[in-house]
Design a protein around this ligand. Structure first.
Ligand SMILES: [Zn+2]
Ligand SMILES: [Zn+2]
Length: 321
């Protein structure tokens, strides 16, 4: 007998922070403005289906800004000072796109307790900056979290670029999301992995059930599947492919006792919210059936880390395919 499978959800919650260095604020501005409504509806779904999701917040979203000029010594180094000088709070971007404490309040008001984690302080990409800059980023993120009464234990790396895991441990973080468990995500392919992602979606290939591991004192829970909006090139994938793939991933988690880890960016659901939320509800309906049969447990990333530390997933699998 294997243990039940596990379903976990993580959400990269960032607004303008997620794309300002790629020129995306104009492109996604409308979607960012609709994000509070999307978050509200996601919380409604998570309450209806009792889903304890992990919300990885860019911490500056709930920290007002007194400016970052003249703060080079406290910013980690000149590298981070330059980064912050180019950030939305420094460059006149509409305040509602980079400061949105209401998003946090919505998540905290859920009846089903949500796991509020971090997605950096200013979405600094750890692999592109110095270790000192990464340390300063974590320090500022934790301070902002503590100011609003949070004690975060989960972390999602900006752009999923994993580095300096030991700094997370020093900061009291228990768990991070690893890159999706696909060979092409683990290989340093850069943009070359895009057609491979498209193939998986177009062919409705089953996503993996993943197994948590530990690295430098922090539990790593790789991703299984991104819930992709059906627009742009993704509109050419089969309608409803996300939900069909997710059901296959959930089946795999049940068969193996592994974790099916679904993740996405809330702003990506803006525009055609009804359509995408109904696809998500399809998935959650299936989750509910599996849970009713005791085949599946729902956990936040933090819950997964706690279970791992209690010994789950640490025995070699008995059955082999
Ligand atoms: Zn700022
Ligand atoms: Zn991000």
């Amino acid at each position: 007998m294997t243990d039940a499978g596990v379903f976990t959800v993580s959400l990269d919650t960032e607004l303008a922070w997620g794309s300002f260095d790629k020129g995306g604020v104009d492109r996604y501005g409308d979607a960012y403005r609709q994000t509070p409504a999307v978050v509200d509806r996601l919380c409604g779904l998570f309450d209806a289906y009792e889903v304890p999701a992990t919300w990885a917040f860019v911490a500056h979203l709930f920290a007002g800004c007194e400016g970052h000029g003249g703060d080079a010594s406290g910013s980690g180094d000149d590298d981070r000072a330059d980064w912050l000088a180019s950030a939305p709070c420094s460059t006149g971007v509409d305040r509602s796109l980079w400061y949105a404490p209401d998003l946090l309040e919505t998540v905290r008001a859920c009846e089903t307790t949500q796991d509020v984690g971090l997605h950096g302080y200013s979405h600094l990409v750890f692999t592109e900056h110095s270790r000192a800059a990464a340390a300063a980023e974590l320090r500022d993120a934790l301070a902002a979290a503590q100011d609003v009464g949070l004690d975060p234990s989960s972390f999602v790396y900006p752009r999923n670029e994993v580095a300096h895991v030991d700094l997370l441990a020093d900061a009291g973080i228990d768990v991070y999301r690893g890159v999706d468990d696909r060979w092409y995500e683990r290989a340093p392919l850069g943009p070359a992995c895009k057609p491979l992602r498209f193939f998986d979606e177009a062919a409705v290939r089953p996503p993996p059930a993943v197994t948590p591991t530990e690295r430098d004192g922090v539990v790593c829970v790789p991703g299984s599947q991104v819930f992709r909006p059906e627009r742009g090139a993704w509109a050419r994938t089969p309608a409803g492919s996300q939900a069909r793939r997710a059901r296959k991933g959930l089946d795999r988690a049940v068969e193996t006792g592994g974790v099916f880890h679904l993740w996405w960016h809330p702003f990506n659901l803006a525009g055609d919210v009804d359509y995408h939320l109904s696809a998500l509800e399809d998935i959650l309906t299936y989750v509910d059936t599996l849970r009713a049969d005791d085949d599946l447990e729902l956990m936040s990333m933090t819950d997964v880390a706690d279970a791992y530390r209690d010994g789950r997933w640490q025995q070699p699998r008995e059955e082999s395919a």
